[in-house]
Write a protein that binds this ligand. Structure first.
Ligand code: GLU
Length: 294
C-alpha cells in the first residue's frame, strides 16, 4: 500500500492564527502517525489578496511549530494552464457558461424574479449563506454571450449545475470527522445546494473549488483534513471529481477553534497571529496545548 498523503493548503492573504496551527499540526501528526507524507500547498490564485510576505510568514510559522514539509511547495498561481484545461474539458461536455452580472445586478435579478413576486418563501441560499445565482443557461443566446466576451466585458464561467448533477448521478464521500450537523461516515453530497458555482473568472482562470480538486488529485492526496467550515464545499468537490474523472480522497473535517466571543477565528476578525504569539514569548509547545494537541 502506498503511504497516505496529507496536506495543509493555506491562502497567503493574512497571517496564520491558532486555527491554522491546529489544522497544520493535525495533518502533520496524522501523516507521521500513519507513516504518511505531508505536503504544503500555497493557494494563491487570488492575485489581489495574496502577498509574498504572507507566504514567507507561512513558512516561518510552520517551521517554528516544528512542521516539516516536502519541497518543492506547489503554488497554485504557477499552474493556471492546468486549471484552464480542466474548464475547457468541462465546457466540452456542455457544462460551462459565461455570466456577466455584477453582485448588485444579481441581487436585482433576484428581487425582480417571478419567484419573489409570487412566493412567500425566501430566495434559496447556498451553505455559506449567499443567494443562489438566479440566471440559467438559457437566458442569454450563445451568440450574445460570445459577443460580450469578445467585447472584453468582465465575466465569470459558471457550472451548469443541473446538467452536471444529472450527468454525475448520486455522490457520497467518506467522512472520518464530522459535519456541522454531526454528519459522519458516509455523507451524501448535495452539490445542487450550491447552484451554478463559479469555476473561473475573466482575470483568473480558476476558482477555489476547481483548483483544490485538481491539485489534491495531481498531488495524490489521499486524506483531506480541514476545518468544518469547508464541510459542505465537499459536495462541489465530489461533483467536480466525478465530472473530471478524478479519485475521491477520504475527508476529515475538524471542529473550528473559537475566539472568546464564540466566533470562529479568522484573519479578517484579527485573531491573534502565530507571529504575535511567538513575539509574546509563547513556545511551539504552548501552541500545541492551546489548540488541544498532545
Ligand atoms: N485554501 C483554503 C483556506 O485557506 C483551504 C483549502 C482546503 O483545505 O481545502 O481556507
Amino acid at each position: 500500500m502506498p503511504p497516505p498523503v496529507f496536506r495543509f493548503a493555506p491562502s497567503p492573504n493574512g497571517l496564520l492564527h491558532l486555527g491554522h496551527a491546529y489544522s497544520a499540526l493535525l495533518n502533520f501528526d496524522l501523516a507521521r502517525q500513519n507513516g504518511g507524507r505531508f505536503l504544503l500547498r500555497i493557494e494563491d490564485i487570488d492575485g489581489a489578496r495574496s502577498r509574498p510576505d504572507y507566504e514567507a510568514a507561512i513558512y516561518q510559522d510552520l517551521a517554528w511549530l516544528g512542521i516539516v514539509w516536502e519541497t518543492p511547495v506547489r503554488r497554485q498561481s504557477e499552474h493556471f494552464d492546468l486549471y484552464r484545461d480542466a474548464v475547457e474539458r468541462l465546457a466540452g461536455h456542455g457544462l460551462v457558461y459565461p455570466a456577466f452580472e455584477s453582485r448588485a445586478e444579481i441581487v436585482r435579478m433576484i428581487e425582480q424574479s417571478p419567484h419573489m413576486q409570487v412566493s412567500a418563501k425566501p430566495w434559496p441560499r447556498d451553505p455559506d449563506g449567499s443567494p443562489l445565482y438566479p440566471g440559467s443557461v438559457t437566458t442569454l443566446p450563445p451568440q450574445e454571450r460570445e459577443a460580450r466576451m469578445r467585447a472584453g466585458e468582465p465575466f465569470v464561467l459558471r457550472l451548469d449545475s443541473g446538467t452536471a448533477c444529472r450527468q454525475a448521478g448520486a455522490l457520497m464521500w467518506e467522512e472520518q470527522g464530522s459535519g456541522p450537523g454531526g454528519e459522519t461516515k458516509r455523507v451524501a453530497a448535495r452539490p445542487e445546494a450550491w447552484g451554478d458555482v463559479v469555476l473561473a473568472r475573466k482575470e483568473t482562470p480558476t476558482s477555489y473549488h476547481l483548483s483544490v480538486v485538481l491539485d489534491d488529485a495531481l498531488q495524490g492526496v489521499t486524506h483531506v483534513v480541514r476545518g468544518q467550515d469547508l464541510f459542505w464545499a465537499t459536495s462541489v468537490h465530489r461533483l467536480l471529481q466525478q465530472l473530471l474523472g478524478l479519485p475521491a480522497p477520504v475527508y476529515r473535517h475538524h471542529g473550528l477553534l473559537r475566539g472568546e466571543d464564540g466566533r470562529k477565528l479568522s484573519k479578517s476578525a484579527r485573531a491573534a497571529s502565530l507571529q504575535s504569539l511567538r513575539e509574546q514569548g509563547l513556545s511551539p509547545q504552548n501552541i500545541r496545548e492551546m489548540v488541544g494537541l498532545p
